[in-house]
Design a protein around this ligand. Structure first.
Ligand SMILES: *[C@@H]1O[C@H](CO)[C@@H](O)[C@H](O)[C@H]1NC(C)=O
Ligand SMILES: *[C@@H]1O[C@H](CO)[C@@H](O)[C@H](O)[C@H]1NC(C)=O
Ligand SMILES: *[C@@H]1O[C@H](CO)[C@@H](O)[C@H](O)[C@H]1NC(C)=O
Ligand SMILES: *[C@@H]1O[C@H](CO)[C@@H](O)[C@H](O)[C@H]1NC(C)=O
Ligand SMILES: *[C@@H]1O[C@H](CO)[C@@H](O)[C@H](O)[C@H]1NC(C)=O
Ligand SMILES: *[C@@H]1O[C@H](CO)[C@@H](O)[C@H](O)[C@H]1NC(C)=O
Ligand SMILES: *[C@@H]1O[C@H](CO)[C@@H](O)[C@H](O)[C@H]1NC(C)=O
Ligand SMILES: *[C@@H]1O[C@H](CO)[C@@H](O)[C@H](O)[C@H]1NC(C)=O
Ligand SMILES: *[C@@H]1O[C@H](CO)[C@@H](O)[C@H](O)[C@H]1NC(C)=O
Ligand SMILES: *[C@@H]1O[C@H](CO)[C@@H](O)[C@H](O)[C@H]1NC(C)=O
Length: 703
C-alpha cells in the first residue's frame, strides 16, 4: 500500500519534472554511441532443478516471470572502443556460457566483442533452471549438465547483444546514486563483526545501501535504458518455489520496462532496464530476519540454529508470503531507481576503456605488509557450506541426495577423497568437507582460472567480479581501486567505482580474511582460501593501474570449455499421453462467469511437457480481452506479474500432465469480457514428433 502511494507521488513528480526541465541536448554534445537489447533466456519450465538453493526436489514446474538477458553496448565516439554490459536473469554468469557466447559473437562480429570487453553478470535469482555451469559441484542437484538451460542462456544472450548492436545511436549517459533503506540486511552479522572495529566504524550499516543508476538517453533526450547496481540476494522467493522467476530484481526490471514501454508485452519494448547485482555475498532481502519457524524465537546467532539444528532457522519478510516479499523488495528497488534516474544530472564524459585478465586463482601470493604474507589455495568447500544459509538452510544434504538415488551423485560419490595435508593447511581454519580442487572426476568440480575485468565509462569504473563478494570485501575492493585511480591523477570526487557481481565465471564466495576466520556459510564457501579477497584486491588494482597508464597486460591462462566432457542424468521427455476421451488442450476445470478486480481466475488444461518447446520470445498462456468489435486482444503473457503458469505431471507411466493458468485481475484492469488461453506442445509416442495445440477457457466478465 505504502509503495503504491510512493509510485503515484512519483508519477506526479515525473510529470512536473518533465514540464520544468525539458531535456535539450544537441547531437554535437553527445559523448557515446549507445545500443540496448533484450532477449528471452527462459529455460525449461518443468522437471529441472533450480540453481541457487541446491535443493534436489526444488524443480521447475511453471513460470511466474520470464528470464531475460539485457545487453548494453557503449561506444566511445572518439576512439571507437566498445564495451558490452549484459545483465541476465539467471543465478550467475558462468564460464561455460561466457566462453560460448564470445565464440558465437566472434562468428557474427569478428573481433568487435570478445572476452576482453563483454561482461555477463547474473542477478542471482534462485528461481531459474540449473545445469548451465560446466563444473561438477554446481551440477550435483541438477543431475549433471542440462543442455536446454545452457542453450537458452547462450542463444538469448547472443540475441540480446545482436539487438543492442543493431540499435546503436548517439547519446549520453547520466549517473546518480542514493541510499535505499529497508531492502537488505546482513545474514552473517557475526562474521561481519569480526572485521576490525575501526574499519566498521567508517560505515553506518553492515550492508551497502547505495544504489548507483545510469540513465541512457539518445541525443534528442529520448529514454533508451537504465542500468543500476544494488547489493541484495535474489532470494525473496524461497526454496519451496517452483515457478521460474527473476525474483526481486527481475520484478523491478519488469516494472521499469512496463513504465517506459507503454502497452508493450514484457521483453518486447524498446526501453531496457537492468537491475544488476553487486557485492551481495552476505546480503539478504529477507528484512524481517531469521527466526525459528517452530517457536518464533530468534535463532542462535553464531550458528543460525534452533535447538542445534539449521532446518528451522529461516529468514523471511517483509511481505506476508514470498510473492509479497518479492513484490515489496522489487518495488523498493524500482521506486528508488526511478527517482535516481529522473534526477540524474552527472553526465559521463571521457574514454571507454576495458581491461581483462584470466587468473589462476589457486596460486596467488599475497603480500599484506613487510611481515605478513599468504597464498591462495586449490578449491575446497568447508563444513558450514553444507548448512546453507538462513535464506535456504540445509541446502546441500549429500546423504539425502544419496538415499534418494541421485544417479549423478552416486557416480561421483566414490571418488571423493581425503584432502591432502597441503590443502588442509592452506585452507585453515576452514575444516574441509569437499576437496573440490583435488578431484577431477568426471571433470573439474570448481574453476581454477577465473575472469577479472574492469570497464571504464568516463568517470565510472565497473569491476566485474567472478563471484559473490561480501559487503566488506567489496568495500575494500572499491576503495583500493578508487585509491589507485586517484593516485594516478583522476579526481577523487567524481570518480565512481561499482562492483558488478557474479560476472563471467562463478567461483562462489569471497569474504575478508577476518570474516573467513568465523567460517559461516560465506567463509566456508570462499573456495580459494583465507587470502582470496586480498588476492582479488591486488589483481584489480593491477587492472586499474594498467588501464589508466595505458599498459597492456598479458591475457593470462585461458580456461577450457568442457562441453565435450559433460555428463547428464536428466531423462529427456519420452512422450506425452492423455486419458482416453481427452484431447491435449481440453479444459479440465473451467473459469467462473464473473470476477471482481483483485480476484484470481483459474483454469486447468490437459497438457504436454513444457520441455517440448520453451516458447522462447513467446508465451505458454494468454489473457485475452474482447474489444467492442468482438475481436480477442492479448493483454497479458506468462511473463506478467499477474499471471502464473503451472505444470504438473499427473500420471508418470502414461505421461499424463495438466497445466493451470491463473490470472489475478489487476486492480486497474479494464472491465469487460476476457478468456484465458494455453499454448502447449506434446511429444508423440514412437515417432517422437512434437505437435502444437492450444486450449481456451470459457469467457468471463471482469467488473
Ligand atoms: C546442445 O544442443 C545443441 C542444439 O540445440 C547441440 O547443437 C549441442 O551439441 C548440444 N550440446 C551438448 C553439450 O549436448
Ligand atoms: C558467539 O561467538 C562469539 C565470538 O566468537 C563468542 O564470544 C560467543 O561466546 C559465541 N556465543 C555462543 C553462544 O557460542
Ligand atoms: C517459503 O515461503 C512460504 C510463504 O510464501 C512459507 O509458507 C514457507 O514456510 C517458506 N518456506 C521456507 C523453507 O522458507
Ligand atoms: C532530486 O534532487 C534534488 C537535489 O539533489 C533533491 O532535492 C530532490 O529531492 C531529488 N528528487 C527526488 C525525487 O529524488
Ligand atoms: C580505448 O581508447 C583509449 C583512448 O581514449 C585508449 O587509451 C585505450 O587504450 C583504448 N582501448 C582499450 C582496450 O581500453
Ligand atoms: C605458482 O606460482 C609461482 C610463482 O608465480 C610459480 O613459480 C609456480 O610454478 C606456480 N605453481 C603452479 C603449480 O602453477
Ligand atoms: C600486516 O597485515 C596483517 C593482516 O592485515 C595484520 O594483521 C598485521 O597487523 C599487519 N602487520 C603490520 C606490521 O602492519
Ligand atoms: C570533494 O569533496 C570534498 C568532501 O565532500 C569537498 O570538501 C571538496 O570541496 C570536493 N572537491 C571538489 C573539487 O569538488
Ligand atoms: C485491490 O488491490 C489494490 C492494490 O493492491 C488495493 O489498493 C485495493 O484496495 C484492492 N481492492 C479491493 C476491492 O480489494
Ligand atoms: C495498470 O497500472 C499499471 C501501473 O501503473 C500500468 O502500467 C498499466 O498500464 C495499467 N493498466 C491498465 C489497463 O490501465
Amino acid at each position: 500500500m505504502a509503495s503504491w502511494w510512493i509510485s503515484s507521488l512519483y508519477l506526479v513528480f515525473l510529470a512536473i519534472n518533465s514540464l520544468l526541465n525539458p531535456t535539450s541536448v544537441s547531437s554535437a554534445d553527445s559523448n557515446y554511441g549507445i545500443g540496448v537489447g533484450i532477449a528471452d533466456i527462459t529455460g525449461p519450465a518443468a522437471e529441472v532443478n533450480m540453481m541457487g538453493y541446491a535443493k534436489p526436489d526444488q524443480k521447475t514446474s511453471g513460470i511466474h516471470l520470464r528470464q531475460f538477458s539485457r545487453a548494453f553496448i557503449i561506444e566511445d565516439k572518439t576512439s571507437g572502443n566498445r564495451t558490452v554490459f549484459v545483465s541476465i536473469d539467471a543465478c550467475m554468469g558462468a564460464q561455460s556460457v561466457t566462453l560460448e557466447v564470445v565464440k558465437k559473437l566472434k562468428v557474427k562480429f569478428g573481433d568487435l566483442y570478445t572476452e576482453q570487453n563483454v561482461v555477463i553478470s547474473g542477478i542471482h535469482t534462485h528461481s531459474a533452471p540449473a545445469g548451465f555451469l560446466q563444473f561438477v559441484l554446481f551440477q550435483v542437484t541438477s543431475l549433471g549438465f542440462v543442455n536446454q538451460s545452457y542453450m537458452a542462456l547462450v542463444d538469448g544472450i547472443v540475441e540480446s547483444v545482436q539487438r543492442a548492436h543493431g540499435n546503436i545511436v548517439d547519446g549520453d549517459i547520466y549517473m546518480n546514486s542514493g541510499e535505499l533503506l529497508e531492502s537488505n540486511t546482513n545474514r552473517s552479522p557475526t562474521a561481519y563483526e569480526n572485521n576490525p572495529a575501526e574499519e566498521r566504524a567508517k560505515y553506518e550499516y553492515n550492508v551497502d545501501k547505495t544504489m548507483v543508476v545510469l540513465k541512457l538517453v539518445d541525443n534528442a533526450g529520448t529514454d533508451l535504458g537504465m542500468i543500476n547496481w544494488f547489493a541484495v540476494h535474489c532470494t525473496s522467493m524461497n526454496n519451496t518455489n517452483e515457478l521460474i522467476s527473476g525474483d526481486n530484481k527481475g520484478y523491478a526490471s519488469y516494472l521499469t520496462e512496463r513504465h517506459f514501454n507503454k502497452g508493450a508485452a514484457p521483453g518486447k519494448g524498446k526501453f531496457v532496464a537492468a537491475f544488476a547485482q553487486s557485492n551481495l555475498g552476505d546480503v539478504s532481502p529477507n528484512t524481517d530476519g531469521a527466526k525459528c519457524i517452530d517457536t518464533g524465537k530468534p535463532c542462535e546467532r553464531n550458528s543460525s540454529t534452533c535447538n542445534g539444528k539449521v532446518e528451522n532457522c529461516i529468514a523471511s519478510g517483509p511481505g506476508v508470503d514470498m510473492f509479497d516479499s518479492t513484490r515489496i523488495i522489487g518495488e523498493n528497488q524500482y521506486n528508488k531507481a526511478m527517482m535516481l534516474y529522473s534526477n540524474a544530472t552527472m553526465k559521463l564524459s571521457g574514454p571507454v576503456q576495458f581491461m581483462h585478465q584470466f587468473v589462476d586463482m589457486t596460486n596467488v601470493t599475497v603480500q599484506y605488509n613487510a611481515t605478513f604474507k599468504g597464498k591462495t589455495c586449490k578449491p575446497a568447500m568447508g563444513f558450514s557450506f553444507a548448512a546453507g544459509t538462513t535464506d535456504g538452510p540445509g541446502a546441500f544434504d549429500f546423504s539425502q541426495g544419496d538415499t534418494k538415488g541421485n544417479a549423478f551423485w552416486k557416480l561421483i560419490r566414490n571418488f571423493i577423497k581425503k584432502p591432502s595435508d597441503e590443502l588442509v593447511e592452506c585452507h585453515k581454519p576452514k575444516p574441509i568437507l569437499l576437496p573440490t580442487g583435488e578431484i577431477d572426476f568426471p571433470y573439474p568440480w570448481q574453476p581454477t582460472i577465473v575472469d577479472t575485468q574492469l570497464t571504464r565509462l568516463g568517470q565510472l569504473f565497473i569491476i566485474a567480479v567472478p563471484g559473490e563478494f561480501t559487503t566488506m570485501c567489496g568495500r575494500r575492493l572499491r576503495d583500493n581501486v578508487h585509491q589507485v585511480l586517484v593516485n594516478n591523477g583522476l579526481p577523487a570526487n567524481s570518480t565512481k567505482v561499482v562492483i558488478a557481481g557474479l560476472s563471467n565465471t562463478y567461483s562462489d564466495y569471497i569474504t575478508t580474511l577476518e570474516e573467513y576466520q568465523v567460517q559461516r556459510y560465506e567463509g566456508a564457501s570462499t573456495i580459494y582460501g583465507p587470502h582470496t579477497c586480498q588476492a582479488y584486491i591486488n589483481q584489480f588494482k593491477t587492472l586499474a593501474e594498467s588501464m589508466v597508464k595505458n599498459v597492456k597486460l598479458p591475457p593470462g591462462p585461458k580456461p577450457d570449455l568442457l562441453l565435450n566432457d559433460q555428463v547428464s542424468f536428466l531423462s529427456p521427455v519420452i512422450f506425452d499421453g492423455k486419458p482416453l476421451g481427452k484431447n491435449f488442450g481440453d479444459v479440465l476445470t473451467d473459469v467462473k462467469s464473473d470476477y471482481a478486480r483483485n480476484m484470481t481466475v483459474s483454469v486447468t488444461f490437459q497438457a504436454g511437457n513444457p520441455r517440448n518447446n520453451l516458447k522462447t520470445g513467446d508465451t505458454f498462456l494468454s489473457v485475452e480481452y474482447q474489444d467492442a468489435s468482438g475481436k480477442w486482444i492479448p493483454r497479458y503473457t506468462d511473463a506478467d506479474w499477474s499471471t502464473k503458469f503451472r505444470w504438473e505431471r499427473t500420471e508418470t507411466v502414461l505421461g499424463h500432465s495438466e497445466a493451470s493458468v491463473t490470472w489475478t485481475v489487476p486492480y486497474n484492469a479494464t472491465v469487460g469480457t476476457y478468456r484465458l488461453k494455453y499454448f502447449g506442445n506434446n511429444k508423440e509416442p514412437v515417432t517422437e514428433t512434437i505437435q502444437s495445440f492450444q486450449g481456451v477457457s470459457s469467457s468471463f466478465k471482469v467488473h
